[in-house]
Design a protein around this ligand. Structure first.
Ligand SMILES: Nc1ncnc2c1ncn2[C@@H]1O[C@H](COP(=O)(O)OP(=O)(O)O)[C@@H](O)[C@H]1O
Ligand SMILES: [Mg+2]
Length: 271
C-alpha cells in the first residue's frame, strides 16, 4: 500500500495546473484593527481533479473561494488561471453557493438556466440555448421540472438547478462553497453521487469547500486542510487515493478519516 500510495501521489506532478495560488493573503478591517484571514496560501489546482478544501467554520474557506472566483482581490500574492492573473469573475470559473436562494425567484427553472446562456451569447440562437439548457437540466436529473418556480422546489432540487445553470456555461472550473451543507444527510449523499456522475461526464475541474470530513473523503482526489483563521498556509494537502465508489467503512476509509480528523482544529473561531 505504501508504495502504491506514493506512485499515485506522483501522478499529480504530471498533471496540468489549471489554477495556481501563490502566497495569497487577505485581511478584513474589524473595528480598529485588521483581521488576518488568509495567510500566505499557496495551492495548485490540477485540471480534471476534485479538490476538497476542508476547514472549521470561520477559517476563511469562502474568502479563499472568492479570491479564486475573482469576486474579491487579495492583499498580496497572486491567483492565476492558465497562467493569467485572475482579476474579475469570468464564465470559465463558475461559483455555486450554499444558499438555496441563488436562483431568480421570478423565473422558472428553465428560464434560470437560459438567462446566463442568453446574456453570454453561448448558443447561436434562442432555440440553441434552449437545447443547451434542457440538456444540462437532464444532466442534473431535473427533467420534468423545467416550468417549476424555485419556491416549488426542495433544497436539493434548487442546488441541482444552480448546478445546471453554472454547468450550462461550460466552465473549466466549478467552485462550490458548501453546496450541500444545508441539505439533510440522505439528500446530501445523493447529491454527492450526482456530482460525481457530472464530473465523470463533463471532466470539469472542481474545487469544493466543505466542513464535512466525510464529504471531502467521498468526493475528492485531494483534501487541502485549512487551520484556524489566519494560520499560515494549509495544514496539509492530503492525496485521497481510495478507490471509487467510496463507502464508509471501505478499505482505507477509516485510516484517511483519522488522518484528516487529527488535522482539524475544532477550537472556537472567536478565541
Ligand atoms: N467581507 C468581509 N468583511 C469583514 N470580515 C469578513 C468578510 N468576509 C469574511 N470575513 C471574516 O473572515 C473570516 C472568515 O470568513 P469565511 O471565509 O466566510 O469563513 P468560512 O467560509 O471558512 O466559514 C470570518 O471571521 C469572517 O467574519
Ligand atoms: Mg463559508
Amino acid at each position: 500500500m505504501g508504495n502504491d500510495l506514493r506512485n499515485k501521489a506522483d501522478n499529480f506532478r504530471d498533471k496540468t495546473v489549471m489554477i495556481s495560488l501563490q502566497s495569497v493573503s487577505k485581511s478584513f478591517p474589524r473595528s480598529q484593527e485588521t483581521l488576518p484571514v488568509l495567510n500566505h496560501i499557496s495551492l495548485d489546482i490540477y485540471q480534471g481533479e476534485i479538490l476538497a478544501v476542508l476547514g472549521p467554520s470561520g477559517c476563511g474557506k469562502t474568502t479563499l473561494l472568492r479570491q479564486i472566483a475573482g469576486f474579491d482581490k487579495q492583499d498580496s500574492g497572486s491567483v492565476r488561471m492558465d497562467g493569467q492573473e485572475v482579476v474579475k469573475p469570468e464564465v470559465k470559473r463558475m461559483m455555486i453557493f450554499q444558499d438555496f436562494n441563488q436562483l431568480f425567484p421570478w423565473k422558472t427553472v428553465l428560464q434560470n438556466v437560459l438567462f446566463p446562456l442568453q446574456v453570454n451569447r453561448i448558443g447561436e440562437s434562442d432555440a440553441a440555448n434552449r437545447e443547451i439548457a434542457l440538456q444540462y437540466l437532464q444532466l442534473v436529473e431535473l427533467s420534468g421540472f423545467e416550468d417549476s418556480y424555485p419556491h416549488q422546489l426542495s433544497g436539493g432540487m434548487k442546488q441541482k438547478a444552480a448546478m445546471a445553470r453554472a454547468l450550462a456555461l461550460q466552465p473549466k472550473v466549478l467552485l462550490m462553497d458548501e453546496p450541500f451543507g444545508s441539505l439533510d444527510a440522505l439528500t446530501r449523499l445523493s447529491l454527492q453521487d450526482l456530482l460525481l456522475k457530472i464530473w465523470q461526464e463533463t471532466g470539469v475541474t472542481i474545487a469544493l469547500v466543505t466542513h464535512d470530513i466525510q464529504e471531502a473523503i467521498n468526493l475528492s482526489d485531494r483534501i487541502a486542510v485549512m487551520g484556524r483563521r489566519g494560520v499560515a498556509g494549509f495544514k496539509e494537502i492530503i492525496p485521497n487515493l481510495l478507490d471509487r465508489p467510496r463507502v464508509v467503512g471501505g478499505g482505507g476509509y477509516s485510516e484517511i478519516y483519522a488522518q484528516v480528523y487529527s488535522l482539524m482544529d475544532f477550537r472556537n473561531e472567536n478565541e
